[in-house]
Design a protein around this ligand. Structure first.
Ligand code: APR
Length: 230
């Protein structure tokens, strides 16, 4: 029997209970840095060493983090549904939890990218990137992260998946960063939409057919998955 299609859009909030900090809860600073200093091409041009060290720190921190119940509940959902996770997160917690279909809109922390050819992507296995680490073309490696102002190459793929959703779930994103936040608009009013977040994201809550589960990702996702698995 064909499994119904569920698309899940996740953000930093789903990894908060794994100990990874969100972006806008901490007063606009990301681990003490102005986001534009460490997550923009201008920041990279200004100070490559600072940017490389920033992501090296994030990567080391990620090694000590583990998927939480929200990540694992989304895997349980796959027993009954065809689930695609579209995430804005650069951590690998969805992978480590066992999700089988994941689209990373903003890149991946455990990978590096050539600065000469953006199609050259390398696995880091959690290692650092240092000044002098070069791609096969001899250019400096950079973090495989989509920075502010850069294109989101996987957006079209994410839209195509979202258009197929029969149920749409949003977990732990403030929905203020586009184009990712725009995915919600590709879901029709005729399908059930759920929002799991302890606060009020920037969503025009007048969307019909939208249920806001006002709780943390771990408890809220378990509650929703229990309901959907019945
Ligand atoms: N459970 C669920 N949601 C939570 C939790 C939690 N335990 N803690 C915080 N949240 C919610 C917040 O209420 C907020 O709505 O998670 C959301 C986090 O929002 P942001 O910090 O803005 O993170 P995100 O939406 O993922 O940011 C999008 O912005 O900085 C860029 O590229 C970066 O991917 C990132 C993008």
């Amino acid at each position: 029997m064909r499994k119904k299609k569920i698309v899940v859009l996740t953000g930093a909030g789903i990894s908060a209970e794994s100990g990874l900090s969100t972006f806008r809860d901490s007063g606009g600073l990301w681990e003490g840095h102005n986001v534009m200093d460490v997550a923009s091409p201008e920041g990279w041009r200004r100070n490559r060493k600072l940017v490389l060290e920033f992501y090296n720190q994030r990567r080391r921190q990620l090694r000590n983090a583990v998927p939480n119940a929200a990540h694992t509940e989304l895997v349980r959902l796959e027993e009954k549904y065809d689930v695609t996770v579209i995430t804005q997160n650069v951590d690998d917690l969805h992978e480590r939890a066992g999700s089988s279909s994941i689209i990373h809109l903003h890149g991946e922390l455990n990978k590096s990218q050539s600065t000469a050819d953006p199609d050259l992507i390398y696995d880091l296995e959690g290692e650092d990137i240092s000044i002098g680490d070069k791609c096969e073309l001899g250019s400096q490696l950079r973090p495989f992260i989509v920075w502010f102002g850069e294109l989101v190459p996987k957006m079209e793929e994410a839209v195509m998946e979202t258009l197929k959703a029969e149920i749409f779930i949003v977990i732990g994103t403030s929905l203020v960063v586009y184009p990712a936040a725009g995915l919600v608009a590709y879901t029709g009013n005729e399908i059930p939409r759920y929002l799991i977040d302890p606060s009020e994201p920037e969503l025009n809550l007048s969307y019909s057919n939208l249920t806001h589960i006002k709780s943390k990702a771990t408890s809220g996702t378990k509650e929703l998955v229990d309901r959907l698995m019945k």
